[in-house]
Design a protein around this ligand. Sequence first.
Ligand SMILES: C[S@@+](CC[C@H](N)C(=O)[O-])C[C@H]1O[C@@H](n2cnc3c(N)ncnc32)[C@H](O)[C@@H]1O
Length: 205
Amino acid sequence: MRTAYLRTILTRDDTADLLLRRSLLEDRMPTTQIDDAGARLLSVLMRLLQPRRVVEIGTSFGYASLHIARALPEGGHLVSLETDPRAAAIARRNLAEAGQSSQAEVREEDALAYLETLPETVLDAVFIDGAKEDYPRYLAAAFPKLRSGGLLVADDTLCWVDPDTVFSNAERAGLDRFNQALAQSPSIDLAIANTENGLLIGVKR
Ligand SMILES: C[S@@+](CC[C@H](N)C(=O)[O-])C[C@H]1O[C@@H](n2cnc3c(N)ncnc32)[C@H](O)[C@@H]1O
């Protein structure tokens, strides 16, 4: 009911809808992208923060990347990491067609290896959405790279709790450990939005 109502009042996002439909129906990409409420939240958060350097862990076909890239200020830049070459190519095509290639760079690279190359506290925002069992590792690698006041967002932090979802034990354990670590951390102000997938939002102290 709520989702149907929201669809009637929120402005349609034709560019994102087109990208989503084509990548799911024609490219046959998996439906692992951020949900609609999460995408809108991510976009609003980026508009508020006006980050200059953002990293996304897990690009897939670039749906969330599009929402981030469009919300960046002049001079803002997204690096999105994707290990699957086909997904990276599709994301690059999608972002180019949406006119976002200069704001968003898709790198075909392991996110953990990329994060290792960065100096500490250089990032304004990090969006975690890669392999679910690796969320604790992404956190350990990304958190030191985030500046104080920087934004940490992670998708899929709640959907694994529902019994009818298809997460493996390793994925469930990874997501639970990730949530618990942040919930107990004195270094972050935290909220978990009860969106379809569960969007964790934190600001580094
Ligand atoms: C949930 S999908 C990303 C969805 C995307 N963020 C969105 O909302 O549109 C997860 C992606 O992470 C990629 N991935 C998994 N492990 C990774 C890693 N270590 N580094 C980079 N990408 C990774 C997978 O290949 C997959 O395409």
